[in-house]
Write a protein of this length. Structure first.
Length: 370
């Protein structure tokens, strides 16, 4: 790759020398002219020099800052898969070396993660056989109580192993290609699975347009959030609406919520809330970590917020580009009384009060906040 900075330095020296020489020549040749003419010529020469210097300086500045900006972008956008992005060596020798070192670091990180996933996958695979053998032995135990306890422990072990592998895989990004989906249909199918299992989950979807997303990742995120909502609360609603920033899907519950200082910690792998919040509920503490990794992989933002009314809101904000066919910057807005209207730009904030009549039926007062 052509190293442009030394060329720029050379050009700068040539320009500066010629400018000085030019000035000397001008002064000598103009000495025959009157005092005023000399002043005018000197002034003009100075202006031209300043312009040339300005153009040249901005060019040099661009040459220096461009590769650094690219390097910063590459570091900022290092995805969860840690795969090296296209980053050509560019700029001065020092900057080229920094880019090369960064690329090597990306490759080492990606290799390291891949190895970790392989180890986890191998352990999980090899654990399946002894777990199945132990299950068979536990079932044949004479004491029914011991058998039930052992089977419960084995189920927990099995779930932990499975979740561990899923988490490791999500760390490596997702290979799922984006596709255009009917969001409402996806949410309805999730809810019907819960209904089959005897749970009530309310749907309030206000997005009619198709959405471009990773359907399996989205399904997995929502399932993890709804599982939590059902685990810690008794009434759950999935609300989907459009905001100026893009589609937003919220999972609302009426549980105890999360202590404000723990709202980010719960996204850490294997982190579970303080025992008093757990109500001895089962879990490995990986659900939210997986959901966050998948959200990053699909360029979405996942946050938790305690609701004023009590309970938790898990809010997944999809990127603006995910709406395939929008209303041209116009959003549907629902006012406090449930009346709908259209609104533009920043004012396009959807407020959902009493998320449908069904929510009221199970005593869940729901509202999404900014
Ligand atoms: N809706 C919620 N209401 C109250 N607390 C919650 C809620 N969702 C998550 N939490 C807290 O965050 C912790 C981490 O949640 P996460 O989903 O990662 O793990 P888990 O539900 O304990 O186990 P897993 O999902 O792996 O089965 C939970 O243990 C709980 O303390
Ligand atoms: Mg969970």
């Amino acid at each position: 790759m052509l190293n442009k900075l030394p060329v720029a330095r050379l050009l700068f020296c040539v320009l500066a020398t010629s400018a000085v020489l030019g000035q000397v020549c001008a002064i000598v040749s103009l000495s025959a002219l009157s005092q005023t003419s000399i002043m005018v010529w000197a002034f003009l020469a100075l202006i031209i020099q300043l312009i040339v210097l300005g153009v040249f300086t901005s060019h040099v500045e661009k040459l220096i800052s461009e590769p650094i900006t690219r390097l910063t972008d590459a570091a900022d956008h290092l995805g969860p898969d840690l795969r090296p992005r296209e980053l050509p060596e560019y700029g001065s020798k020092e900057i080229s070396q920094a880019i090369l070192a960064f690329r090597n670091m990306q490759e080492r990180l990606a290799r390291c993660t891949a190895e970790r996933v392989e180890v986890l996958a191998a352990i999980s695979h090899d654990l399946q056989t002894p777990i199945t053998r132990m299950r068979l032995r536990a079932e044949s135990l004479e004491s029914r109580q011991d058998s039930a306890r052992l089977l419960q422990d084995l189920d927990t072990m099995h779930a932990l192993v499975k979740e561990g592998v899923t988490y490791a895989r999500t760390l490596h990004g997702t290979t799922e290609p984006p596709s255009r989906i009917d969001l409402r249909a996806l949410l309805e199918s999730i809810i019907s699975d819960y209904e089959d299992a005897g749970h009530i989950v309310i749907l309030d979807s206000r997005i009619a347009e198709p959405v471009m997303t990773l359907p399996n990742a989205l399904r997995r995120i929502l399932i993890n959030l709804v599982d939590n909502a059902l685990k810690f609360g008794s009434a759950v609603c999935i609300c989907a609406c459009r905001r100026s920033s893009g589609p937003v899907i919220s999972v609302l519950d009426n549980g105890p919520g999360i202590r404000p200082d723990q709202l980010e910690n719960v996204f850490k792998p294997f982190y579970r809330g303080p025992p008093r919040d757990q109500k001895s509920v089962a879990g490995s503490g990986l659900g939210l970590a997986i959901a966050r990794q998948l959200a990053i992989a699909m360029n979405a933002d996942l946050r938790l917020e305690n609701r004023n009314e009590g309970g938790l809101e898990a809010r997944l904000s999809l990127s603006h580009a995910s709406v395939v066919h929008g209303l041209g910057g116009v959003s549907r807005v629902v006012d406090e009384n449930g009346a709908e209207g259209l609104c533009r730009g920043r004012a396009a904030v959807a407020t959902v009060r009493d998320c449908g009549h069904a929510a009221g039926a199970v005593g869940l007062s729901l509202s999404t906040r900014r």
